[in-house]
Design a protein around this ligand. Structure first.
Ligand code: SAH
Length: 214
């Protein structure tokens, strides 16, 4: 199959070549049909080394960024992971191949509806979706082993930190509206530890603890 071949090339040339080694992450990226997460007109470009538009002025991240963020999250088989910014659903699907359950939140209604339908069609039964402002997290679900924010934040939203389990990891782009640093946060009994994974560029995280609307 054409797309399967492109997917394997993508993993080899863009992901492994840049140093991603987690075998679970590489296997998930070889499996998830990225071309189905973009519009039909963009399918042939889906495995390219760049982000693509998904409507509503939002984007599906470049494959390498998805791989890097997923690896940084150190996802484990039994983990419950919260994603803020469902978008196309690609990042959630990659995580769903690895962890026990993915909780994903989207604030733009048409994207929420479209992507929820796609998860049903592709039978991702371990992805739970919610239409809401994710900057306040997902309180009813308690604490998460991993939290991944796929939009750029002005600062780390406090409720996300409080919803992270002890031993949990968070990956979040923090900066201004044009460029951010990818921050990894680790919580243990003694407190919070942060490391900077380097520069990145995401669309805005819009919400109560993010950027304002315009
Ligand atoms: N993970 C996505 C990336 C989509 S781009 C993918 O794999 O395609 C980021 C998404 O975050 C956009 O869809 C945007 O609407 C959404 N977003 C921005 N602020 C948000 C918020 N406060 N809560 C939930 N979603 C948000």
């Amino acid at each position: 199959m054409k797309y399967e071949r492109q997917r394997h090339e993508m993993v080899k040339n863009q992901i492994e070549a840049r140093g991603v080694t987690d075998s679970k992450v590489l296997a998930a990226l070889r499996k998830v049909p990225r071309h189905l997460f973009v519009s039909e007109a963009l399918r042939d470009q889906a495995y390219g080394d760049f982000p693509l538009p998904i409507g509503e002025q939002q984007t599906i991240s470049q494959p390498y960024i998805v791989a890097e963020m997923t690896q940084a999250l150190q996802p484990g088989e039994g983990d419950r992971v919260l994603e803020i910014g469902t978008g196309s659903g690609y990042q959630a699907a990659v995580l769903a191949e690895i962890v026990f359950r993915v909780y994903t939140v989207e604030r733009i209604y048409p994207l929420f509806v479209k992507t929820r339908k796609l998860f049903d069609e592709l039978q991702y039964h371990n992805i739970v979706t919610k239409y809401s402002d994710g900057t306040v997290g997902w309180e009813d679900e308690g604490s998460f082993d991993g939290i991944i924010v796929t939009a750029g934040a002005p600062e780390i939203p406090k409720f996300l930190v409080s919803q992270l389990a002890v031993g949990g990891r968070m990956v979040i782009p923090v900066g201004n509206q044009y460029s951010q640093e990818l921050i990894k946060l680790y919580k243990n009994e003694r407190g919070i530890h942060k490391t900077n994974l380097g520069g990145c560029r995401f669309v805005k995280l819009v919400g109560e603890y993010g950027w304002s609307e315009q």
